[in-house]
Write a protein that binds this ligand. Structure first.
Ligand code: C5P
Length: 239
């Protein structure tokens, strides 16, 4: 497989075509953004950390039978994935109150949420990703009711697998965002990335954030937490 034309550059990744029309080449950038790109910083080595963490988590989900776009690593910052037609919805799962849920509803951060909260956002930078409910998503033709039901089922299973995995390495998964796409057979497949850029992780031993909140709050070097997450995932690799 060889890398071909640059197709798109996002906030965290560059996407390239390859010699195989069904396969894309993703390169993670050494860059952190927040506030929909309004806060932005070059952070050396970040692309390696997010790529490695994401790869280990996708491999775990693949082993558990979840359909994901992850195929194989190219090098420390680049991977090959199945080409998908993305569903323009961000699915957010919340096990504990944090971030916008805590502020919007005035709930104390870390409050356990029962049932687990699932939220949808329309992926539109120009609209600042507005919140959506299921009927709005269908009326806007972003997904069919059957696809939304399946997204919800897969999302619950992903939450279960990620929550258990992090628990075994002394980390609590507060919330995360995932995205889905359709493969050339029309099947729903988990895409995007699974890294501390897209989830909130608390170290059970110290109570500190091991995720992008460190950058959002300007509290220090996000790489410290990402290194801890990668190190602990590597210690339990293959489980
Ligand atoms: O900001 P908020 O509290 O809604 O974020 C919920 C979760 O979704 C967090 O883990 C955050 O990192 C993730 N998220 C994301 N991309 C967005 C919005 C939220 O990865 N555009």
């Amino acid at each position: 497989i060889t890398q071909e034309a640059l197709l798109a550059t996002g906030k965290a990744k560059a996407v390239y075509a390859t010699s195989n029309p069904q396969i894309l080449w993703l390169h993670s950038l050494d860059q952190a953004t927040a506030l929909n790109g309004k806060q932005k910083e070059h952070i050396p080595d970040k692309g390696r950390l997010t790529t490695q963490i994401s790869g280990l988590l996708f491999e775990m989900l693949n082993r558990a039978g979840i359909k994901t776009h992850y195929l194989s690593p190219v090098d420390e910052t680049d991977i090959l994935v199945t080409r998908l037609t993305m569903v323009p919805i961000e699915v957010v799962v919340r096990n504990f109150a944090a971030g916008h849920f805590a502020s919007r509803f005035d709930v104390k951060p870390m409050t356990p949420l029962v049932p687990v909260v699932e939220e949808y956002y329309y992926k539109r930078d120009d609209l600042d990703d507005p919140a959506l409910n299921a009927s709005q998503a269908v009326a806007l033709k972003l997904a069919t009711p059957a696809q939304l039901a399946e997204i919800s089922d897969i999302t619950a299973r992903v939450n279960q697998l990620l929550t258990e995995k992090f628990k075994t390495i002394g980390i609590t998964l507060l919330d995360f965002k995932i995205e889905f796409g359709l493969d050339d057979q029309g099947a729903l497949v988990l895409g995007d990335e699974l890294s501390p850029d897209n989830m909130r992780l608390i170290d059970d031993a110290t109570g500190t954030s091991l995720d992008k909140d460190v950058f959002r709050r300007g509290e220090g070097d996000l790489r410290d937490g990402y290194e801890i997450v990668l190190h602990r995932l590597n210690e339990t690799k293959g489980e």
